[in-house]
Design a protein around this ligand. Structure first.
Ligand code: SF4
Ligand code: SF4
Length: 352
């Protein structure tokens, strides 16, 4: 039986929920190397809700400092193309200050490991991740255009440094194959504890949309499959319809079935929760929903776009180009990975 904690919290009192998570899921960390991995998707302001809030990371660091591990590292690999967790992301989001001197650019050193040959024989993973004795994953409660939700399992995609993430997007393409690859990455270093920032969540066109949603919870579990399944239920989704959860279950990483999960706390079901858009031509239903991902294409909003060209630089298959200072997609080249949408600083890209 898995356990998932759901604890009411805000950013001023989240330390209480973090303490509760450590009580429910005790970790032996004295003298150990502990990595704390937020979702630091890209440089943004805390109130935009794109990354794990700095208050949650600060609460975790303060808790760890009281428990005397040998070393604490806070790091992530933001972005799709550039190597290294860039300092700009951590500075702007407030994560640098929250890390209290424990920030490390975990993208600066990587180690090659065997991977799933159907995708790539070998891939690089941040050395700090592989060498950590204990990994605490701290995702954000959000939707995602490709995987529908982004939680604990998706947060592990950030153990891969920059440009390789884009290459794997290119290798996998559509959503179901991407989900399979995602589980393979997750398996490389399964987190010991996952603590979700579900105080301010995101719905709609995530993982970088203007649709923020006050949820007021901190969630935690030592099993990422059960935790993501619980997030899915809160969003009104059947976890069985999420391919990455089914693949994780089949791989023996955990169970998403409700009768295998004990909820510690009260589970709120979020009414009328907005999921990412699906192609209009496709009927509803879990399988069709994922099939529709293939038909969606990004389109920039002329009112919001500043012509910065970030989307063009981040596209792993060069499907975007600037035409009259405005990005246009080549639908034949586009693999519907939605990296452009994730990285657009103006949140100007919609899926159509
Ligand atoms: S990243 Fe966004 S703002 Fe920049 S060119 Fe692309 S759509 Fe426009
Ligand atoms: S245009 Fe956007 S969605 Fe299409 S392949 Fe490029 S980054 Fe991915």
């Amino acid at each position: 039986m898995h356990r998932v904690m759901v604890h009411q919290a805000n950013y001023d009192n989240c330390r209480v929920a973090v303490d509760r998570a450590f009580d429910l899921f005790p970790l032996e960390i004295t003298g150990k190397k502990v990595l704390v991995k937020p979702n630091a998707l890209r440089a943004s302001n805390p109130e935009q809700g794109i990354v794990t809030h700095h208050a949650v990371i600060r609460a975790i660091i303060e808790k760890l400092e009281e428990s005397s591990p040998a070393e604490i590292i806070v790091g992530d690999n933001p972005g799709m193309m550039s190597y290294g967790a860039n300092e700009k992301t951590f500075q702007q989001t407030g994560l640098m200050e929250a890390a209290k001197g424990h920030y490390r650019n975990i993208g600066s050193e990587a180690v090659e490991v065997d991977f799933a040959p159907k995708f790539l024989d070998r891939i690089s993973v941040s050395r700090a991740v592989l060498e950590a004795d204990v990994v605490i994953s701290v995702p954000k409660f959000k939707t995602h255009g490709l995987t529908i939700i982004t939680g604990a399992i998706k947060n592990s995609y950030g153990i891969i440094p920059g440009a390789l993430k884009a290459k794997l997007h290119q290798k996998t393409g559509e959503a179901v194959r991407f989900s399979e690859m995602l589980v393979e990455v997750f398996r490389l270093k399964v987190p010991d504890l996952c603590i979700v920032d579900a105080v301010l969540g995101m719905e709609g066109n995530g993982p970088a949309s203007n649709d923020l949603r006050q949820i007021g919870q901190i969630m935690a579990s030592d099993n990422a499959v059960a935790l993501d399944a619980t997030m899915a239920r809160m969003m009104g989704l059947d976890p069985q319809g999420l391919p990455f959860l089914e693949m994780a279950r089949q791989t023996g990483l955990g169970d998403y079935n409700a009768d295998s999960i004990e909820i510690v706390g009260d589970l709120p079901i979020l009414s009328n929760f907005k999921l990412p858009p699906k192609a209009r031509t496709v009927p509803t239903g879990a399988g069709e929903f994922f099939a529709s991902r293939i038909r969606l294409r990004p389109r920039a909003d002329k009112e919001l776009c500043t012509g910065c060209e970030t989307c063009v630089e981040q596209c792993p298959v060069s499907a975007l180009s600037m035409v009259n200072d405005f990005p246009e997609v080549d639908p034949e080249l586009c693999i519907a990975c939605f990296c452009c949408q994730e990285m657009c600083p103006e949140m100007a890209i919609q899926l159509r």
